[in-house]
Ligand binder design. Sequence first.
Ligand SMILES: *[C@@H]1O[C@H](CO)[C@@H](O)[C@H](O)[C@H]1NC(C)=O
Ligand SMILES: *[C@@H]1O[C@H](CO)[C@@H](O)[C@H](O)[C@H]1NC(C)=O
Ligand SMILES: *[C@@H]1O[C@H](CO)[C@@H](O)[C@H](O)[C@H]1NC(C)=O
Ligand SMILES: *[C@@H]1O[C@H](CO)[C@@H](O)[C@H](O)[C@H]1NC(C)=O
Ligand SMILES: *[C@@H]1O[C@H](CO)[C@@H](O)[C@H](O)[C@H]1NC(C)=O
Ligand SMILES: *[C@@H]1O[C@H](CO)[C@@H](O)[C@H](O)[C@H]1NC(C)=O
Ligand SMILES: *[C@@H]1O[C@H](CO)[C@@H](O)[C@H](O)[C@H]1NC(C)=O
Length: 360
Amino acid sequence: MRVGLFIGLLGLVPSVTAYAAGLELVYSLDRATQGISISKNGRKFLSQRYSTSFPPQIVELLSDNTTTLYPDAAWNSYNSSDPTSNPRKTFVSVDGARIGPDGRYWVVDGGSTGVNGSTKLVGVNLTTNAVDKIYYLDNVKASDSGVDDVRFSASGKIGYLSDTAGALIVLNLTSGHAVRVLASSDSATAWFPMMYNGTLVPGYGGADSTLAVGLDQIEVSPDGTYLYYQPCNGGMYRIKTAYVDATLTNATMAEVLGDYAEPFSLTPSTGGTTIDGDGNVYVSDTNLLAIWKVTPEGRATILVQDDALLWTDLMWVSADKKLWLPASQMRPGSDGLMADGPNYIFTYPIDAGPSPIDHA
Ligand SMILES: *[C@@H]1O[C@H](CO)[C@@H](O)[C@H](O)[C@H]1NC(C)=O
Ligand SMILES: *[C@@H]1O[C@H](CO)[C@@H](O)[C@H](O)[C@H]1NC(C)=O
Ligand SMILES: *[C@@H]1O[C@H](CO)[C@@H](O)[C@H](O)[C@H]1NC(C)=O
Ligand SMILES: *[C@@H]1O[C@H](CO)[C@@H](O)[C@H](O)[C@H]1NC(C)=O
Ligand SMILES: *[C@@H]1O[C@H](CO)[C@@H](O)[C@H](O)[C@H]1NC(C)=O
Ligand SMILES: *[C@@H]1O[C@H](CO)[C@@H](O)[C@H](O)[C@H]1NC(C)=O
Ligand SMILES: *[C@@H]1O[C@H](CO)[C@@H](O)[C@H](O)[C@H]1NC(C)=O
């Protein structure tokens, strides 16, 4: 602001693209982009949601900065009006996406209510660019479930999926067996509507409605000891993964898992989180248009704040110690929380690289 004023006094036009120090605009995309994942050898994958006019899709961002449907056009071809469209073999409603510790690109398909086979976790082999793992979640989800993101255990053998109805799905990737836990826990419940740029987020239920979203963000500490999670309105908890993993075989533990949840940090309304190799959790603040850093000791500070950080969602930490910030530009409102482009992806320097069990 001050710099702009002095430049103004000199008679020059103040730059409107002066972002907060350290914040660098790297991509400007036509489609609203919710998330970015970067493979070990630098390939970039985007999940594109939040559009008023297009269905959600997955694309690879190529080196000439064009995009191509990923893993192919067929997986991105679902058409609910076409009876020959197969919801088991297409993305029906992609949400979170992540490269896992096994090097696969994992896509969470929240699916559609009443469409069998549409809610699933899909694994793409980045060498063959072919889907080689699919876990259908019909049997574990509830009627109001919104399955929307995934993280993995240190062994890479257990998947943790968030369910915005306010629950966690624990999935044994070896057997395909899954349990839905924390559904009755306050720690997974949206106890307040979300905030966006100073006000409550409007809901889908008419003029006076507000949007409240349950358990959404999840992270696993780099040593695999803790699972962090929170409802979208914030209030982050952590719980030992040993207890979480036991729910796969111990029905009593599945019932009482919430008793083991520890309050961790009073985080704000959030679009997305990520974690670095030192175990710092980054939390996008949809209200102050900022990114918070929460240390493993639970000390929370604002790392960077800028009006351009509009609904930053699925962030990524790269090996060159940068935090990648897809500011999805989602603007809550009567369109039902959708935005059209342009969409910006920023980077911001941090002190650590990726977590070995989170980013391949
Ligand atoms: C693609 O975008 C990157 C990041 O902004 C930029 O460095 C590069 O020059 C662009 N490449 C082309 C071919 O436009
Ligand atoms: C979806 O399917 C319907 C019925 O077959 C067809 O009329 C429509 O053009 C399709 N939409 C797209 C985008 O392909
Ligand atoms: C979906 O699956 C359920 C349970 O297997 C079955 O009863 C139902 O008929 C299926 N619906 C469709 C549309 O295939
Ligand atoms: C991906 O495919 C390659 C080539 O077939 C194979 O060597 C590799 O093990 C696969 N990756 C995973 C994670 O299974
Ligand atoms: C996952 O399933 C495999 C195969 O059934 C089993 O050996 C393993 O113990 C299970 N893991 C957990 C954590 O329950
Ligand atoms: C945030 O709110 C302020 C105050 O009403 C307004 O000036 C600004 O344009 C808003 N920003 C966005 C991105 O909506
Ligand atoms: C199952 O979990 C309950 C609740 O935490 C615990 O008391 C019990 O010892 C566990 N059972 C086994 C076999 O580990």
